[in-house]
Write a protein that binds this ligand. Sequence first.
Ligand code: HEC
Ligand code: HEC
Length: 212
Amino acid sequence: MKTLSIRPISIALGLTAASIGVRAEAPSKASAAAAFGTIYKVLQSPRCVNCHIKGDSPLQGDAGTPHTQNVVRGPEGKGVPGLACTDCHGAANVPASYGPAMPPGAPGWHLPPPEMKMVFQLVSKRDLCASLKDPKRNGGRTLEAIASHLESDPLVLWGWSPGEGRGPVPIAHDELVNAVKAWIGGGAPCPATGEATALPKSAEGSQTASPN
Ligand code: HEC
Ligand code: HEC
């Protein structure tokens, strides 16, 4: 009789613990996945895609047209002699009074090197997530290093003050930083299926492949 009365209690406790476990875990996984959606939107902004290109010619403007004057990546991502990035791009934007179409500036303006292109252009949510986590494709970074790059790298921060004639990244920088924390804190999940593999549609202009 005693065992009969104890059993249902332990079963009931077991179920309760299991359902608490599910409740405590589900929101953090779901919010980590949602947080990656925010990160993806930032990375698909023309301010980021224009340097994180598949080809070898950086893109310009919100429409993502190929860079004028046949500017190319070069062996280190810094252009080629006579057309080095820093020949035209200074350490800061020129004053707004110069008007639009001026070369934007931030410290160390250049592209990733040809052997590690760190492509965001025309990359699905799932593939971009995987490449961000892959040290062979992300510049040998840990997730913590990715987080601090997104928090304070000058080329990233430039996206929120891009100079006359260009729109800033459409999501606040604080919101990105919080999303990165939520994503990594929730185990940095990557989308598995469905629309996650679709190519980005929002910034179609900047997604036209560069000619190289
Ligand atoms: C002027 C070109 C340029 C712009 C603009 C730019 N980046 Fe980058 N980005 C680079 C370069 C160069 C590296 C590689 C730096 C290194 O490894 O030393 C890099 C590396 C990265 C990395 C780490 C590598 C990876 O792919 O995981 C991330 C993340 C990143 N950038 C995010 C951004 C975001 C977000 C924006 C827009 C807000 C942006 N970048 C805008 C040039 C740029
Ligand atoms: C001969 C001068 C010159 C050189 C060299 C040059 N750029 Fe530019 N770049 C410009 C000018 C001017 C603009 C602005 C064009 C506009 O807004 O209409 C620009 C714009 C850009 C933009 C667009 C920013 C945006 O989001 O709209 C990127 C990205 C860029 N350059 C990257 C590079 C990289 C990387 C290099 C070296 C591989 C480089 N540029 C070399 C003059 C130059």
